[in-house]
Write a protein that binds this ligand. Structure first.
Ligand code: SF4
Ligand code: FES
Length: 333
């Protein structure tokens, strides 16, 4: 715990303003309360990003008492059976509903995060209603980005272009209707985009990710890119890693860029898009993100999305075997 307290102090000194306690699942940590208390003490805004299935009311009350600022809860659907199937967690949706109620009863701000894809997108209006019913102030409707495990399930999750267009219309009209009640963030899927998003706000520009083992990453998926050297907070000060670490320097700014990014007028708008996606699709992390219409791989990426979305979805591939609710309850702290 002393190590984490030190890292949080270093982060605050470095100018970090917010800490997002994420995972995996952060509530499996027995020392989460102390981590939150230290972050609060050093002046960091604390956001707990959770699947919500392991938290008890008593523990949430304790976290609130230690000064937790915000809870972000992910949901997979609003139909319990489909939500539990996608999450691979029996009884999970009921637990999430309960947690959302507790969060609001304790007066904590709540964001609902809804990753959307072809297996839940048709219920987007119900997902929006659910967020309002749960008392959330913000809803993130986030089309899946296909890195890591989502990449392995891409064919099962890829929506059609028409589904994506409809989802944008639904979000637009809900934003209008729910002004002052619910803020809706909308993340479009890269595969149907014209321009890429500035992934991570630009590599090494504003986000530093520290893993449970102390490894410091410029992006949660950065380890998928070969050749990067990740320093550890156990070996070096966080400021030194942030300012001079090889992994951070590799794609920081614009010097690393090759064409078409190098001479592109958008290079300081999207910073070349996503390095992890460039490597996953184009095989070169310096290449333009294939989501970009200027990328030589863009047409191929769109064709791939259309082909996968047009075929019947294959079964989902899960990371872990299904966990029954009874076992999950027994594991709760
Ligand atoms: Fe962004 Fe590179 Fe595409 Fe220009 S060419 S829009 S910098 S990804
Ligand atoms: Fe790593 Fe986009 S996910 S840079």
């Amino acid at each position: 715990m002393a190590e984490w307290q030190d890292v949080l102090r270093q982060a605050a000194r470095l100018g970090v303003l917010q800490v997002h306690l994420s995972g995996g699942e952060p509530t499996v940590r027995r020392d989460l309360e102390e981590i939150v208390a230290t972050a609060v003490e050093v002046g960091l805004y604390t956001n707990l990003i959770t699947a919500g299935v392991l938290l008890t009311r008593a523990r949430l009350e304790e976290l609130a008492a230690r000064g937790l600022d915000h809870v972000q809860l992910s949901i997979q659907d609003v139909q319990p059976a489909n939500a539990d199937r996608i999450a691979h967690y029996e009884g999970g949706h009921a637990k999430k509903r309960e947690l959302a109620r507790w969060v609001c009863e304790l007066g904590l701000p709540l964001t609902i995060n809804a990753p959307v894809h072809r297996q839940n997108l048709d219920r987007l209006p119900d997902i929006i209603d659910f967020a309002v019913e749960m008392g959330a102030g913000r809803l993130e409707v986030a089309h899946i980005q296909y890195y890591g495990w989502a990449l392995a399930n891409r064919a099962a999750l890829m929506p059609t272009r028409e589904q994506v267009r409809r989802s944008a219309d639904i979000v637009e009209s809900a934003r209008e209707r729910l002004k002052g009640i619910l803020i809706i963030d909308f993340v479009v899927p890269d595969y149907y985009a014209t321009w890429p998003k500035p992934c991570m706000g630009g590599w090494g520009r504003g986000i530093v990710n520290v893993t449970p083992s102390g490894k410091v990453l410029p992006c949660h998926a950065a380890e998928t890119i070969p050749g990067l050297v990740f320093d550890n907070v156990r070996d070096k000060p966080l400021a030194e890693i942030w300012l001079r670490g090889q992994a951070f320097q590799q794609f920081r700014g614009t010097d690393w860029m090759i064409e078409p990014c190098r001479s592109c007028e958008r290079r300081e708008i999207d910073w070349g898009g996503c390095r992890c996606q460039a490597f996953a699709i184009a095989g070169d992390a310096r290449a333009a993100d294939p989501a970009c219409v200027k990328s030589s791989r863009h047409a191929e990426m769109v064709a791939l999305a259309e082909r996968e979305a047009g075929a019947p979805p294959p079964p989902l591939v899960y990371r872990r075997p299904r966990k029954p609710a009874s076992l999950a309850a027994a594991e709760s702290p």
